[in-house]
Structure formats: C-alpha cells, structure tokens
Ligand binder design. Sequence first.
Ligand code: NI
Length: 178
Amino acid sequence: MALLTILHHPDPRLRQKAEPVRVFDDALQTLIDDMFETMYDAPGVGLAANQVGVAKRLAVMDCSGDKAAPEPMVIINPEIFDTSDLEVMEEGCLSVPGIADKVKRFNHLKMRALDRNGNSFEIEAEGLLAQAIQHEIDHLDGKLYIDYLSSLKRERIRKKLEKEARDAARGQPAVAAR
Ligand code: NI
C-alpha cells in the first residue's frame, strides 16, 4: 500500500469530471487500498479518486466516527435517486485544508452504486453518511463544497491556499521542484 498525494484547491484536476469505472482489475483494487490508506492517514471521512489525480467515478468513505469498528465503504459510479430533508451542515474537505463552512445538504438519500468487485448495491443513508455521499459525488462532477459559498468567501479561501502552496514550495530544496 502507498500514501497518495491529495491535490489541493485550486488544482485544475479537481475540476475535471470523472469518467465511469468499467474495468475491475488488480490496478483498481490497489488504487482503492491506497485511497483508504491515504484517507485514514489524513485523516478524513471520504476521498474521491480525482482528489488523488485519477479521473474515475470512485470514492472511499468511512463515517463510523467515534464508533469502535471502522466502516469502510467503496462507491463506484454512484447515483443518488431519492433525497429529502434539506439542512444546513458544517462541512470540510481534504482538498481545502484548514477550512470549514456551512452548506445545505440532504439529510436523507438513497443511492445506488457498484462495490469494489463491480456488484450493484443500494443504500438508504442519513446524517454524516448522506452528507459524505453528496460531497464525494460533487467531487466526481468536478465540484467542491466551497462552490456553494459566496464568491467573496471563495476568493478569500483561494488566496489563502495559494499562499500556503507558495510558502510550502519555498520550504522545499530547489532540486525537489516539480
Ligand atoms: Ni472533499
């Protein structure tokens, strides 16, 4: 397994619409395992493939929170087909580090997706899991939760992250420049 680099806003690859997964081969299984390791290491409750530079409709999640046992979930080519109870929820994203804000999400939804072996499943989700599913599917469509904020807030966030990226780059030896 390997830790993958999580792309940060405003990397243009986060804005690419991901393509459906059609091949369930060993490379996909390795990608899924690496995404889980990267998500747990971050730590985060969800990670979409395009956050690690792979434009495929795939995300990993674990919304177990403080519960004792982990609840890893893989969603591939996911589709939401029923929603209710729009609510304001606090949200953050591994690609927008150090920032959280309030957005409107459905507190209940039904989703169908494929699992890591390509088998179809349906779930009814609520609360944090429902929120995470909407957040990850947004990623797969090239959207970030900050798109729902005011343009003033978005601009402030972009400038902050660009400055952090510049500062981080200056901290690296010149030979490491990519
Ligand atoms: Ni995110």
